[in-house]
Design a protein around this ligand. Structure first.
Ligand code: SAM
Length: 371
């Protein structure tokens, strides 16, 4: 008789092939299964990727332009309460210089990421960069923002200034687990985070979300719920990666509750593969956290169904202050040689890197009403 986790996989493949939503129990069984599940799961995810988005790998250059944050998320190294981190905001000219360098090597999608620093000057800077990108490169480039929860009106304003894609991780879709990972105050309301995702959709953004994987107290059942949350929201992009401890955060106290590295890697890869099955035509990244926790994180992520990774364009002198978690990969080489190496690693997997292409998720393109 076939082991039950292989039955669960066959079931999920059949259900997702028909476009339907699988049972939470089947997803949980897959996340919790022994190792023999991985090869057939990743093959199925690879087939889903081939059929929907193709084998190309898209690049998104990231500029971590400010690490000030009004939030105090218990897991994050740049949380407001961490007084050991040197705070910075990169001036406009340096941001633009980093973007120009990315454009020169063929990047056409740029992620501007920061802490949640709601001040007027911060938002004015973002708007100015968006307008500059639009004037400079028009439609050939896709700006992506990841700057936290904002009022709906601000989302609209930034969209009008040229923003196209927005990444806002829900972090976990379970309200109780969310409450254990965040302070209990008005700045950290689960409902507000969900509302922000709806506001982004309503104001015309391509919407990306994702979760932390392997946080204390998290179970495969929580992760199964996260997959269903993303499927039901019908996201365009997904970035999810392993939780990595940081000793200057309150969650450090709960480090005994963190699954070992092998479990975090396994769960992350299975989450990527299942996300690919549930929403085949979305963009899914092999995150920096996955590449930090495992030296072959890029290969493993792409092998499980990811199709995006994010070369870092943040000027060197700021990088060590964007210290979200311990050991975050920092490569001192020139952008050209980083790209050359990463492209060779992708090519070795039969996955060509798509330079000169903003790589819109097929899902977003097909959802758009005809002009
Ligand atoms: N402030 C924005 C927001 O709230 O979406 C974006 C910046 S935030 C630093 C980017 C992401 O870093 C978060 O969504 C979180 O999932 C991730 N992150 C923070 N601390 C982490 C940790 N210890 N391990 C792994 N990822 C972490």
């Amino acid at each position: 008789m076939k082991p039950s986790h292989l039955d669960a996989l066959a079931d999920v493949i059949r259900v997702t092939d028909s476009g339907a939503i699988p049972e939470r129990a089947a997803l949980r069984a897959i996340l919790d299964a022994p190792e023999d599940l991985d090869a057939p799961l990743f093959e199925a995810a690879g087939r889903a990727l081939d059929r929907s988005s193709g084998r190309a790998v898209y690049l998104r250059g990231i500029v971590e332009f400010c690490n000030a944050c009004r939030k105090d998320c218990l897991y994050c190294g740049v949380r407001r309460g961490n007084t050991r981190v040197a705070r910075y905001a990169i001036p406009f000219d340096e941001i633009v210089e980093a973007l120009e360098e990315g454009y020169r090597v063929g990047l056409r999608s740029f992620l501007l990421q920061s802490g949640e620093a709601l001040g007027d000057a911060h938002l004015a800077l973002v708007e100015r960069v968006l307008r500059w990108m639009k004037a400079r490169w028009g439609d050939s480039v896709r700006p992506v923002l990841s700057i936290g929860e904002l009022p709906r009106e601000t989302f609209r304003q930034l969209r009008e200034a040229g923003g196209g894609r927005y990444l806002l991780r829900i972090e976990t879709s379970d309200p109780e687990l969310y409450a254990r990972l965040h302070p209990q105050d008005a700045h950290h309301r689960f409902e507000a985070r969900v509302q922000a995702l709806h506001d982004l959709r309503d104001t015309g953004w391509q919407v990306g979300t994702g979760v932390l994987i392997g946080v204390p107290w998290q179970t495969p059942d929580h992760l199964a719920g996260d997959l269903l949350f993303m499927r039901r929201f019908d996201i365009d992009m997904c970035g999810m990666g392993p939780y990595i401890e940081h000793h200057d955060t309150p969650l450090w106290e709960a480090r005994e509750q963190v699954p070992d590295v092998a479990t975090r890697v396994r769960w992350t890869l299975r989450m990527i593969a299942l996300q690919r099955l549930l929403l085949p035509d979305t963009n899914v990244s092999a995150t920096t956290a996955l590449q930090t926790i495992h030296p072959q994180g890029l290969e493993l992520g792409l092998g499980a169904g990811a199709n995006v990774f994010m070369p870092n364009l943040t000027p060197w002198k700021y990088r060590e202050s964007y210290d979200l978690y311990e050991g975050k990969v920092r490569v001192a080489d020139s952008l050209d040689s980083v790209l050359e190496r990463m492209s060779a690693r992708c090519a070795a997997l039969g996955r060509p890197v798509a330079l000169g292409d903003p790589g819109d998720p097929v899902r977003f393109r097909t959802r758009q009403p005809p002009p």
